[in-house]
Design a protein around this ligand. Sequence first.
Ligand code: GDP
Ligand code: MN
Length: 382
Amino acid sequence: MNLHEYQAREILRRHGIPISAGEVAETPNQARDIAQRLGGRVVVKAQVHVGGRGKAGGVKLAAGPDEAKAHAARILGMKIKGLTVHKVLVAPATDIASESYVGIIVDRASQRPVLMVSAAGGIDIEEVAAGTPERIHRLAVDPRYGLLAHQALGLAFQLHRDLGRARATADIMRKLYTAFYAAGASLMEINPLATTPTGHVVALDAKIVIDDNELDRRPEIAVLRDISAEAPSEVQAREAGLTFIKLEGTVGCCVNGAGLAMATMDLVKYYGGAPANFLDIGGSSNPQKVVEALKIITADPHVRAILFNIFGGITRCDDVANGIVQATQQFPLHVPLVIRLTGTNEAEAVGILTRAGFSALTDMDDAVKQAVAKAAGGAGGA
Ligand code: GDP
Ligand code: MN
């Protein structure tokens, strides 16, 4: 789950990291009022779940309330990387002498939280990684000990020669590590971590991604979810109890079990196609879940064929078949459907599907080949 910058700032502030809270506005007049209250120069920032807002014109400095209002008017409603801006953060502006990057991610390779720092701050870390990877310094943290003082200071010296600034930076890194663990994050990033002309080290931006699996035991963080900022298909899938990830291909996949879903996507690729999504209807199924799954898959205009791959165990093939029939009665499918199912109540399922005018396959390779061919327009027809 992605947090907005204003929410991330609040979490970092609670852990003692120097970052101003600012306030959120949904209208230009609110932005003006906040700037008035704060006094002095402010920064007006688009609150959307993407980086690179600065480059896209979503971060603007304002000398006073009227300019803040004008910037808010321009930024609200703006689209950044496909996402519409509904809110802006208005925060006190800071004078910047230098910008660095500090971030923590969960690294699967080392199975540890990895702290990453770079003196090349302010720009996207992906750009630094691609162009000048030697400018990124990493440390895999042993979770038994946490981030130790000398380790943090060692990394901080990669960013600053001045002892005072290095110490302040190391202190921020250790607080960030504590916040990272406490929030159940998979990523926490401060970019830029700025130095002011007077030598203070302050965070000017904050990005946090929470591991969804950590939300059940952190209701105070779960409530921060902003559905209006998420992809509608993924929201719909989550509410229906489906695991869904949208991809770029043309073969819509509806599968039971994450492992089989992965294997199905591999096989689609193997036979020359591209999956339009990952979709796991879960271990147990009911017809309604299948109806919801088909709604989500068919809403994607790139889908040219839909492939069902069901290995009946706890999931009953007849439940899935009933779901397919109910869905096609509720809304017409405009793309061909290829159904493979085998296992629990397979015979009943084949009966249900045949009576409704569908055919079902039992071989996975055959089904995937057919779906790929239909998506390519080869075999055609529904
Ligand atoms: P991002 O582009 O989405 O990462 O948004 P940021 O919050 O990181 O802002 C982009 C850039 O705007 C930063 O790298 C800074 O150079 C600049 N910026 C942000 N806040 C301030 C501020 O308070 N004062 C000044 N002078 N520049 C700022
Ligand atoms: Mn940033």
